[in-house]
Design a protein around this ligand. Structure first.
Ligand code: ATP
Ligand code: MG
Length: 408
């Protein structure tokens, strides 16, 4: 539970490319919503901190210590897209930020606004919250490039120490390591189930590839189920419990318990193999509400589902540590250098991330105003260039006009 003062200081990174345009637009709309919702009782004091190209130009550092310190101090911040330095020893600024603050959840809500062009027939059925684990898995960056000394060492270790004989390792081989921990899996699943409890959502789906990767993805699923039963007791009914009852007392008995659980409005915790989930979430999106998954799966799943509701110009995201409270809300797209400075950028991704931020602060009266305004503009087909170009009878608005239309 956060204690939120009436006037909140929010550090923000403007971002590179279209960053300044969308940040200006989003802040303007957020300020207007907060003022209208609370009559001046609440407000945001924006504090600019530097990162990316702008930081490098002004300070010589891509990610100055003061920036990290500000996010540490103020807990909640927001950022535009950043240019990733090439060959500077930093893999990604986003990853550096996430690691420093141990932001272990990447939360991506996906919902559709009527009027937004979509490749699926029933986008209105897509309404999910993806909890993607942010610190482990094959994304941990433990990789050995063929030709490097460590790669040869690792290969020798596998063959000589571990006795791996099933796989042939030809001369030119590279390796990646997939670390998955009980603690890391549990904190992610705990956050997902707690979110479902708080928002009274019907289910949590553990998405994994445990049928093949039994000791990593399979362990994630098993740890998830065990945590659900141990920590959320009567609030949830898990499909692992269902399978157990089915085994000992038969399918009829298991079905009866399941039906009873649904009637009692328990949160159903289930699991789906990731490849099947990618199909199922297109065919029956209404069957899924909160998704809890590991890092790589979460990456794929997030982009597929975002595409169903209008794509990167509109899909928001946040990186959160639910234990310390630290959170950075962010546009999910890149810097879009091809349209920077043209007024074509859609500020919705960043703005809806701001909506998530307001919810996180408990300022729901303000966030609702913004969501309603976007809903209204989309229904009237008043759109920025990205959506306009795919929509019949639409009206084209620049980034700034769009923000002003939302405000009015
Ligand atoms: P980076 O190098 O930072 O990853 P990028 O251009 O490779 O940038 P994105 O920024 O994700 O990657 O953009 C992919 C495409 O989507 C580009 O054509 C870009 O113009 C478009 N795009 C991205 N964000 C937006 C936005 N907010 N509004 C409109 N179009 C966008
Ligand atoms: Mg790119």
């Amino acid at each position: 539970q956060l204690t939120v003062p009436d006037i909140v200081t929010i550090p923000f990174i403007e971002g590179d490319g279209i960053g300044p345009e969308i940040t200006g637009a989003a802040q303007k709309v957020i300020n207007a919503a907060v003022t209208k919702a609370y009559n001046g009782k609440h407000s945001i004091e924006w504090k600019e901190v530097l990162a990316g190209g702008k930081a490098f130009e002004q300070t010589g550092s891509w990610l100055p210590d003061e920036t990290l310190a500000a996010f540490q101090e103020y807990l909640v911040g927001i950022k535009g897209p950043l240019t990733t330095p090439i060959g500077e020893g930093i893999r990604s600024l986003n990853v550096a930020l996430r690691q420093t603050l141990d932001l272990f959840v990447c939360l991506r809500p996906v919902r559709w606004f009527k009027g937004v062009p979509s490749p699926v027939i029933h986008p209105e059925k897509v309404n999910m919250f993806i909890f993607r684990e942010n610190t482990e898995d094959i994304y941990a960056g433990i990789e050995y490039m063929t030709g490097d000394a460590n790669c040869e060492k690792f290969k020798k270790f596998l063959i000589e120490e571990m006795g791996v004989t099933k796989v042939r390792f030809p001369e030119t081989s590279s390796f990646g390591v997939k670390p998955v921990s009980k603690e890391g899996s549990e904190r992610l699943v705990r956050a997902a189930i707690q979110f479902a409890v708080d928002r009274k959502l019907p289910s949590v789906t553990l998405v994994h590839k445990g049928n093949i990767m039994k000791f990593t993805e399979g362990a994630f699923k098993n740890w998830g189920y065990k945590l659900a039963e141990a920590e959320f007791g009567d609030k949830v009914f898990t499909m692992a419990e269902y399978q157990q009852i089915k085994k000992s007392e038969g399918k009829e008995a298991a079905d009866a318990v399941y039906k009873h659980a649904v009637k009692e409005v328990k949160i159903i915790v289930k699991d789906v193999i990731c490849d099947a989930f990618l199909q199922e979430s297109l065919l029956h999106p209404e069957e899924h509400s909160v998704i809890a998954t590991m890092n790589l799966n979460g990456d794929y799943v997030s982009d597929q589902l975002a595409a169903c509701v209008g794509g990167i110009g509109i899909a928001p995201g946040a990186n959160i540590n639910y234990n310390s409270g630290h959170a950075i809300f962010e546009a999910t797209h890149g810097t879009a250098p091809d349209i920077a400075g043209t007024g074509k950028a859609n500020p919705s991704s960043l703005l809806l991330s701001g909506v998530m931020m307001l919810d996180y602060l408990g300022w729901n009266e303000a966030s609702v105003l913004i969501e309603n305004a976007i809903e209204k503009l989309m229904a009237e087909r008043k759109m920025t260039a990205d959506l306009y170009s795919q929509t019949e009878n639409a009206t084209l608005l620049s980034t700034n006009e769009y923000a002003d239309a939302l405000i009015s």
